[in-house]
Design a protein. Structure first.
Length: 641
C-alpha cells in the first residue's frame, strides 16, 4: 500500500478503497478558523451534541483579526465560549495561523484531520491525511460523525535530486501547478515519494502540501521519516512520532517526476496560481509591494532565510515590504535571535502573526499596483484592490525583489541561505486554552453578539424547480468571486443577509439585486466552478438568495459538497457544447426533479422555457447525497433521522 491507502484503510468506516466510489473515514482531529468557524459552531450547536467526540479539536482565531468594529471581537467571544463549553481547544488571536500552529503543536503522523479551511492539507507534511471541508462537514466530524468523500486516486509525485541555493519548496509546487493546472489534482491525493523527499525539511514539505490545494487535490501527503522525527522532537513532541512510508511495491494511479536539482525560481502571474513562468521568463517587472507570510510560507526556516537576505541592506525606496511570521513561536524566536532586528532595520513593516494580507485583511495594494507575495492565491480582487496584480513567489524571491524593486532571481544573491531546523524550538502553548471539563461545561455561557445572525436552512426539495438563469459565468470561478472576503466583508461571516449584498459582485455587481428581485433562480458556469476556499458562505449566501441549482461544466470538490450540504443542485453538462445554448435571463424548469432524484436518476432534464429546448445534465451524487438533496441539506437530513 501507499501512505494514502494505509491511513485511509485504517480509518475506513464504510466503503472500499476503489477510486471514485464513496467512502467514509473516522476523523481524529478537527480544526476550524474564525472566518468559517463561527458558522461551523452554530451548525454544531444546531445538531444538539454537547461535547466533541474527536481525539483533539482545535478552534483558531487567525483570519478576522483587524477588529475595525465590534463584529470581529464578538465572533472571537462566541468562538471562545462555544469552544470552551463543547470540548474544543482554542488558539487565541496572536498565536498564529491555524495551519502553521497545527503543524508545530498538534498534528500527528498517521492520523486524520478535517478542517474548515481549504489549506488544511498543510499537515500532510507530517504524514497525515488532512482534508479541507465545509463547516458543516467539520461540525459533523466534531460530533464523532464520519467524513464522506469520493475515494481519491493517488498520484506518485516522485522527487529526485536536491534544491539548489535560491530555489525553494515553493518553486516545486509552482512547477506542479504549471504542469497540472488548478484542476489537475481534482479527485486525487498527491503523494510525495523518492530520494528527494529526504532532502526537504518539514516546513518545506508543508509549503508543498499547503499549496496542493491550488491543484484542486483532495489532499497531499508525505511519508513520516527521520525529518518528521527530528521536527517533532524539536517541538517537544517526540511521543507523537511514528514512522510511516509506502511499501516498496506500492502502486499508484499516476506518476509525476520532478528533478529538484533542475528547478528554477518560479512565479505565478495574475490572476491564477497556475499562470506560472520562471522568474527569468517573467522578466524584471517593477514592483510596488512585497508581502511575506501566510500559511504557505511563514515558518522559522522561511523567515530566517528572509532575514539573511535583508540583513544589513535597505529595501528599494519604491517598495513597501510587509512581513507576517506564521506563528507566535516563529515571531518570538526571530525576536530572540536578532533576525527580527535585521528585518526591521531593512525597512520591513512587521504585521501580526495572522492571515492578514493573504485574505485582503489589510495591505491592499495601490491602484494598478504590482504586489509580489508568498501566499498561495492570486485570484482577481482577493487583495482588496481589483486593479492590482498579485504575483506568487518563494520567500527568497520575495526578499530579493524587495531589495531590487523589481522581480528578482534570488540565485544572484551572495548570501548564505542554509538554515537548519533548530534542535529545540521555543515552544509555549500558553495561548492555547483548554476547554472546560465535562462537569464545568454546563455552567459556561455561550456569548452571542448582535452580529451573529441565524444561518439560512434549505427546504425539502419541491417536485418541480423553476426560475431565471441569473448569471452566466466562465471557467475557474473561485469562491472569492462567489463570496468575496476582504477587510470590509470578513467581519460579517456570521451575518449572511449582509454578505448577500456582495454575492458574485466581482463577476457582476448587479447580481445580488437581480437575484433578490427575481426571487432566486439558477447559475451557469464553466469548468472548475467554486475552486479555492472552503468557505461555506459561497453556498449559504446563494441559498439565502434562493439559488436552486448551478449548471456547470465541472465543479471543485469542496464547493460541490457545500452546495449539496445546503440543498443546492450541482448539475454537470454532459456535452460541454450545451453550455453555449443557454443565456442569462433564460427561464428554466426542472420538471419532476424530486421524483427523478428519489428514483436514482443520474441525468436531470433541464428545460429552457424561453428558447424551447431541453437538455440532460448529469447529477453526480452518492445515495447519501441524494437523500440530502431531497431533505434540503445535511442538517435537515440528520434531523429527519
Ligand atoms: C482562504 O485562504 O481563502 C481562506 C480564507 O483561508 C478560506 C477560508 C475562508 O474563506 O474563510 C479557505 O481557504 O478555505
Ligand atoms: Fe489564511 Fe491565507 Fe492561509 Fe487562507 S490561505 S488560511 S487566508 S494564510
Amino acid at each position: 500500500m501507499n501512505v494514502t491507502q494505509k491511513i485511509l484503510s485504517s480509518h475506513l468506516t464504510s466503503g472500499k478503497l476503489e477510486r471514485n466510489t464513496e467512502i467514509s473515514i473516522r476523523i481524529d482531529q478537527t480544526l476550524t478558523q474564525d472566518s468559517t468557524g463561527t458558522m461551523a459552531y452554530l451548525q454544531f450547536e444546531a445538531m444538539g451534541i454537547s461535547r466533541v467526540r474527536t481525539e483533539k479539536s482545535m478552534a483558531y482565531i487567525d483570519h478576522n483579526t483587524l477588529q475595525t468594529g465590534f463584529e470581529n471581537a464578538d465572533d472571537h467571544k462566541y468562538i471562545t465560549t462555544v469552544a470552551k463549553k463543547h470540548g474544543v481547544y482554542l488558539s487565541k488571536p496572536g498565536n498564529g495561523i491555524c495551519h502553521q500552529v497545527q503543524l508545530e503543536r498538534v498534528g500527528v503522523p498517521g492520523k486524520t484531520l478535517l478542517g474548515s479551511d481549504s489549506h488544511t492539507p498543510t499537515c500532510g507534511a507530517l504524514g497525515m491525511i488532512a482534508i479541507g471541508a465545509g463547516g458543516l462537514d467539520v461540525a459533523v466530524a466534531m460530533g464523532g460523525g464520519a467524513y464522506y468523500l469520493s475515494c481519491p486516486g493517488v498520484v506518485n509525485v516522485h522527487l529526485t535530486g536536491e534544491l539548489q541555493k535560491g530555489v525553494a519548496a515553493k518553486d516545486v509546487i509552482l512547477e506542479l501547478l504549471r504542469r497540472l493546472t488548478v484542476k489537475g489534482g481534482v479527485g486525487k491525493v498527491m503523494e510525495y515519494t523518492g530520494p528527494g523527499v529526504a532532502t526537504l525539511s518539514i516546513p518545506e514539505r508543508a509549503t508543498i502540501a499547503n499549496m496542493g490545494a491550488e491543484l484542486g487535490a483532495t489532499t497531499s501527503v508525505f511519508p513520516s521519516d527521520e525529518k518528521t522525527h527530528g521536527f517533532l522532537q524539536a517541538q517537544g513532541r517526540e511521543q507523537d512520532f511514528s514512522p510511516l512510508c509506502a511499501d516498496p511495491d506500492a502502486s499508484y494511479d499516476e506518476t509525476v517526476e520532478i528533478n529538484l536539482t533542475a528547478l528554477e525560481p518560479m512565479v505565478a502571474l495574475p490572476h491564477m496560481p497556475d499562470n506560472v513562468k520562471t522568474v527569468k521568463e517573467a522578466g524584471a517587472i517593477k514592483v510596488d509591494q512585497v508581502c511575506i507570510g501566510s500559511c504557505t510560507n511563514s515558518s522559522y526556516q522561511d523567515m530566517m532565510r528572509v532575514a539573511a537576505i535583508l540583513k544589513g541592506k535597505t529595501i528599494h525606496p519604491d517598495v513597501s515590504l510587509v512581513i507576517a511570521p506564521g506563528s507566535r513561536q516563529v515571531l518570538s524566536m526571530l525576536s530572540a535571535n536578532g533576525a527580527l532586528h535585521d528585518m526591521i532595520n531593512s525597512g520591513a513593516r512587521i504585521c501580526e502573526t495572522a492571515c492578514g494580507f493573504c485574505i485582503g485583511m489589510g495591505q491592499s495594494p495601490a491602484t494598478n499596483g504590482v504586489s509580489v507575495r508568498t501566499n498561495n492565491r492570486n485570484f482577481f480582487g482577493r487583495s482588496g484592490t481589483k486593479s492590482a496584480g498579485i504575483y506568487l513567489v518563494s520567500c527568497e524571491t520575495a526578499a530579493a525583489t524587495a531589495l531590487a524593486g523589481y522581480l528578482a532571481d534570488p540565485r544572484a544573491l551572495d548570501v548564505d541561505l542554509s538554515v537548519d531546523i533548530p534542535s529545540l524550538f521555543d515552544y509555549n502553548d500558553n495561548l492555547i486554552m483548554a476547554p472546560a471539563s465535562v462537569e464545568e461545561a454546563e455552567a459556561v455561557e455561550v456569548v452571542r453578539g448582535p452580529n451573529i445572525k441565524p444561518f439560512p436552512q434549505a427546504q425539502a426539495l419541491s417536485e418541480t424547480l423553476s426560475g431565471k438563469l441569473l448569471l452566466k459565468m466562465e471557467d475557474n470561478i473561485t469562491t472569492d468571486h462567489i463570496m468575496p472576503s476582504d477587510s470590509s466583508l470578513l467581519p460579517f461571516r456570521s451575518n449572511v443577509p449582509k454578505l448577500s449584498e456582495h454575492c458574485l459582485a466581482p463577476v457582476d455587481p448587479t447580481f445580488p439585486s437581480r437575484a433578490k428581485a427575481a426571487g432566486g433562480g439558477f447559475l451557469l458556469a464553466g469548468q472548475n466552478y467554486g475552486q479555492g476556499s472552503s468557505r461555506e458562505h459561497a453556498a449559504l449566501v446563494p441559498l439565502y438568495l434562493k439559488v436552486r441549482g448551478v449548471l456547470a461544466k465541472s465543479f471543485a470538490r469542496i464547493h460541490c459538497a457545500n452546495l449539496i450540504n445546503n440543498g443546492i443542485l450541482p448539475l454537470e453538462f454532459i456535452s460541454e457544447a450545451d453550455y453555449d445554448r443557454f443565456d442569462q435571463e433564460d427561464e428554466l424548469r426542472l420538471n419532476d426533479v424530486r421524483q427523478l432524484i428519489a428514483e436514482g436518476a443520474e441525468e436531470i432534464p433541464v428545460e429552457d422555457v424561453t428558447k424551447g429546448f431541453t437538455v440532460n445534465l448529469r447529477l453526480h451524487v452518492t445515495d447519501r447525497q441524494r437523500q440530502m438533496l431531497l431533505a434540503g441539506g445535511l442538517i435537515n437530513m440528520q434531523k429527519g433521522r
